[in-house]
Design a protein around this ligand. Sequence first.
Ligand code: ZN
Length: 247
Amino acid sequence: MIKVTVWNEFVHEKTNPKCKELYPNGIHGAIADFLSREEDITVRTATLDDPECGLTDEVLADTDVLIWWGHAAHAKVPDEIAARVKNAVQNGMGFIPLHSSHASKPFVMLMGTAGNLSWRESKDFERLWVLTHAHPITAHIPDYIELEHEETYAEPFGIPDPDELLMIGWFSGGEVFRSACTFKRNNGRIFYFQPGHETFPTYYNEHVQKVIINAVRWAKPLCRTEKIEFPCIKPTNFLSEILNKDE
Ligand code: ZN
């Protein structure tokens, strides 16, 4: 089983009536719902108001893939917790920051860049173009996903060049955005996915759900360590020993 923790700041759902109506159990609840229907995935949720943001050492050690949704409360996540997430990712935990989590502390720490972008909160139509189906995340996803309304995110996007660019989002205002990007950091795999503004029903879209499910399977740890050691090393052999081996 793949153990997933869905983290959400859980702020807009309490303050914005539209968001509350769309996501009565929180965005984390909606994501946990569709993930928990998969036979190979078990899900827990955690939010900002939980002790230690619900992200204790024990929870992270028991998490294969962490999904993150944040926006209004990035600054309220203590640096210490963000660093704990960053370390867990470097040790092999998968990490899937969604939508406005481009500016979350863990993602910014892992990227080493500001993660900033241009945006417009309107009701633009978005078409997410799949660039390749030769990848576990986009296999069997249609050539494009259409979202009736989504917040416009636009280039330039302040990230390092991704290892793989899997989708480009095109918005009806004319903008384009690198909407689905993968990164590796030490042992950990990261998938950033752009759609998911809090006042639109994006996480009920079957194709968006399938991308996230695929991403969970892709990001699960291949090699999980307690910490990565970078020791001062002795030579494994000496050239003289190799040269003299046959004598
Ligand atoms: Zn948004």
